[in-house]
Design a protein around this ligand. Sequence first.
Ligand SMILES: [Zn+2]
Ligand SMILES: [Zn+2]
Length: 258
Amino acid sequence: MINPFFANKFEQAVKVTGCPLCYMRQQAEVKYIRSIISDHINDPASRVHIINSLGYCPTHTWKVAEVEKREDGESLGTSIIYEHLALVITERLEKLKRYPNLLAQDNPLLQQARKYLPQQASPSASLRAEKPCRVCQMSTESDDSYVRWLLEGLADPDNDETRRLYKLSNRVCFDHLRQALDKAVPASAAGLQFLLEDALETLKTLDADLRSHISKYDYDKRSPRSEGEQFSWLRAVYFFAGRREGDNPRPEFSDLQT
Ligand SMILES: [Zn+2]
Ligand SMILES: [Zn+2]
């Protein structure tokens, strides 16, 4: 049986442009970021994690700032996180202030000797994160569940609603297809089979459209391009790169949509 939590989100996700699982992951990230900002900003355990991971990865640092500004119209949470972090980094930089002097004093003999010493930490070690970005971790966990639930839904012998919805979507991206291969289990094997057959069909059509599109740059210049050909390059980008954050250019998926 399809997971009801997944079914609800999937129905929305198939309506947007690009990979539906990328969209679901992006939405889960927004929800998680909102919970950090509204509930956990002053929670000591969360603060420790934020310091250990030195905030978030570049993508999620932007996302935290943008989500708060867009949804709450302010930047108090972002300011609290980075005020604390700026203080921590200032203390660490103070300790590194003497490093350029030590470096300048270094001589060739010392450099030779260093080769025989045990591997030392890099000069920037204290400015690097001990733990991964928490949003990345959460995002991987939710991605994992969504991929498994999609496979379960597509494998359900008593209900083909997930298959019908999937055919309305722009199909999963390359990364999510690989994840599906790795996460399928015996009970969801039929779902994987459906996904692979559909991906093969979609890619063959894409390849044919790309070939015609290319030929019309050259020897076939006068023939008009079909919609499928015209947007084939964009469909290829969506497949190989996945869905982008925010607004996505809208290609006309005129091939296999039913
Ligand atoms: Zn994807
Ligand atoms: Zn991240």
